[in-house]
Ligand binder design. Structure first.
Ligand code: WT7
Length: 655
């Protein structure tokens, strides 16, 4: 075993393999360089990794903090950086995307192909009247057109707003309206668990609402299923692209030109439109993909299993790897279709060398058994990554042994939609790996842990709040249309000096950072962020519900699971009791949440209760509900307005 077990047998750590170090993109020197000159370090990253049409004259302008400007005066085109420059450098024949559809159909897209497709799409958008500054909603399955659509938007300077295909019509509607999108790009459907699953009807439903800014809906034909059509508004993607020229001159955009908006859950019911700009975002995506994923574009086959609808897909399927000219795999479907070895079969087929996935997937594979990956040849793998939530040491060690053949370093990468790119992570080939910890801020990143009073501390095992102490290039530039909310959410909890991440954290005795989950009313279910308030408001929008409280309860596979406590309106309480309709009602409520937000938000458990625990000022004490949901002894109830409520809840649940 390659682990260093001399310190403690129950606590293996993994020093870098010298052979890995010898070829690694990341170096120990980077920490020293970044510490010595923070801005100089980031200026060098930007100039080394990105092609600028106009060089920048100031690296960072923080004079209007917390509103940052990076690479001031610089001009670039993100799509040119992700596509054209690789073709110009003679790498047009390199595969950009090995696409694997769920039914088994495949497409091989080279950088030259990508250049033609993106150019056609940019011309097609232009012909529809989409110009610089117009916003475009993208609601697509995991197919190459999603990448092409995003890059076409980037090319013409139209910020895209990708909405995860699993979100409902309601959720899509809110996001389209918030960003006043002019166009929606969607598909007839995608393949999911062996069957076509329609998407376009959700777009129709989203746009049915009275007023909309959407002028055209562009539809990719993926499944060929019957699709409702709105003459005059709907257009086939293929018709538009067939009519468009294959050449398109990419214009440079300002470094701070908005690249995209991506909605994420916050502590209130209204999702936040996190927006990112061009130069800093692209720089940090390219840098982290190079030194953390250790991508060597000439030889690696990289696979990030995220959906393009999340930030991981934006940064580590589209912008990072493509800016670096990497070859990657893109897979449309679910890991168990048509069998539970589908991912390992894909790794064997394409000789994948780098795999980046989420702990929830690893834990699911653990449940399915290690004999499944054992059937495939995965000797091509040389690096594994994890993202989205803490990876427990047990899952980390399983991942290393059964997927990584006991030889691949694992990088546990902490970051957020807001941070745009990886912030805390080991550097493979440099860092001695500590299973379960994201370990150290990357070179160029500064983090601290604060106590309740906002004082930084370094004592091991004490729990505090993670903050970031210096601006970084791929930081969010704000919340779309709501600068005040940006300040309030991120830059006020501990004053304007600290970016408040919303995560609990601690150090261990070696100074490694351990992320301990959210400290706010945000849940993390299978690496997806959901807000308790958003699900509560979905529940109370159901006519039978009077009140609802939602908590994230720990769950072995999904990290956290949504558990809802619901009070029914009087007339329905009797209904539920007398006719034993409780079960149907729970199903009805779960489906209602799926309709309002999306299937990912469906509560795992709904408990019908007669009262909720509240303080005298009327605030729901979620902590106590969490105790119930996690099957613990209920904690301190002395601040409850009515201290008998918890007994009633527990009795009602048959405890
Ligand atoms: C939240 C951000 C980063 C892209 C995917 C999620 C949690 C993320 C880790 C990690 C512990 C993690 C945090 C964070 N998180 N990565 N490696 N270890 N926690 O992006 O939806 O914006 O969620 O995910 O709680 O705040 P997101």
């Amino acid at each position: 075993m390659s682990s260093d077990e001399s310190l403690s047998a129950s606590h293996p750590t993994f020093p870098p393999d010298p052979a890995f170090t010898a070829q690694a993109n990341g170096t120990a020197q980077m920490y020293a360089d970044a510490d010595a000159d923070h801005e100089g370090f980031w200026a060098a990253q930007a100039r080394e990794r990105i092609s600028w049409a106009t060089d920048f004259d100031q690296t960072l302008d923080w004079s209007d903090a917390p509103f940052a400007k990076w690479y001031v005066g610089g001009e670039l085109n993100a799509a040119y950086n992700c596509v054209d420059r690789h073709v110009e450098a003679g790498n047009g024949d390199r595969v950009a995307i090995h696409f694997e559809g769920e039914p088994g159909d495949t497409r091989t897209i080279t950088y030259a192909d990508l250049q033609r497709e993106v150019s056609k799409a940019a011309n097609a958008l232009g012909a529809l009247g989409v110009g610089k500054g117009d916003t475009v909603a993208i609601y697509l399955p995991m197919i190459p057109e999603a990448v092409v659509a995003m890059l076409a938007c980037a090319r013409i300077g139209a910020p895209h707003s990708v909405v995860f295909g699993g979100f409902s019509a309601e959720a899509l509607n809110t996001r389209i309206n918030d960003a006043s999108c002019k166009i929606v790009i969607t598909a007839d459907g995608g393949y999911r668990r062996g069957a076509p699953s329609a998407l376009k009807p959700a777009v129709d439903a989203a746009l049915d609402h009275a007023e909309t800014t959407v002028e055209k809906v562009v539809v990719v034909k993926r499944t060929g299923q019957d699709t409702p059509w709105n003459e005059g508004r709907d257009l086939w993607w293929s018709d538009l692209l067939d009519a468009a020229s294959e050449t398109h001159e990419a214009q440079p955009h300002d470094s701070e030109h908005p690249l995209f908006i991506l909605y994420t859950s916050g502590t209130t019911g209204k999702p936040k439109g996190i927006f990112h700009t061009t130069g800093g975002y692209l720089t940090q995506c390219a840098y982290t993909n190079s030194v953390v994923h250790d991508v060597h574009p000439e030889s690696d086959v990289y696979w990030c299993t995220a959906d393009i609808g999340w930030v991981t897909g934006h940064s580590y399927i589209v912008y990072g790897p493509l800016a670096n000219g990497a070859t990657q795999v893109m897979y449309e479907g679910t890991p168990d279709t048509p069998h539970q070895g589908r991912w390992w079969e894909i790794i064997e087929k394409y000789k994948v060398t780098i795999l980046y996935t989420a702990p929830t997937a690893v834990r699911t594979f653990m449940k399915w058994g290690h004999d499944i990956p054992a059937k495939f040849d995965m000797s091509s793998l040389r690096l594994l990554g994890s993202v989205g939530e803490p990876i427990n040491p047990e899952a980390w060690l399983w991942y290393r042994k059964y997927i990584g053949g006991d030889r691949c370093p694992i990088v546990d990468t902490w970051w957020q939609t807001e941070t745009g790119a990886i912030m805390i992570s080991p550097l493979p080939g440099v860092t001695t790996l500590e299973p379960g910890s994201a370990q150290k801020p990357m070179p160029g990143i500064s983090a601290e842990i604060l106590d309740d009073e906002g004082h930084p501390f370094t004592e091991p095992e004490k729990v505090g709040y993670l903050v970031l102490t210096k601006p970084w290039p791929s930081m969010l530039r704000g919340i779309w249309g709501d600068p005040q909310r940006y300040k309030d959410t991120y830059w006020s909890r501990f004053g304007e000096k600290y970016y408040f991440a919303g995560d609990g954290a601690k150090y261990d005795a070696d100074g490694n950072i351990w992320l301990l989950g959210r400290v706010d009313d945000v849940m993390n279910v299978s690496g997806h962020r959901l807000s308790t308030a958003e699900i509560e408001s979905a529940l109370v929008s159901h006519p039978k519900v009077a009140e609802a409280a939602v908590v994230g309860a720990s769950d072995e596979t999904t990290g956290q699971a949504v558990v809802a406590f619901v009070i029914l309106r009087q007339e329905h309480i009797e209904e539920a009791d007398e006719f034993g309709e409780g079960v149907d009602l729970v199903k009805e409520l779960r489906n209602h949440v799926a309709k309002e937000i999306g299937p990912i938000a469906k509560p795992r458990t709904i408990m019908i209760v007669s009262e909720l625990p509240k303080t005298r000022s009327g605030k729901i004490m979620r902590r106590l509900l969490k105790d119930v949901a996690e099957g613990r002894e209920v904690g301190d109830v002395t601040t409850l307005a009515d201290s008998t409520v918890m007994n009633a809840i527990k009795q009602g649940l048959g405890d």
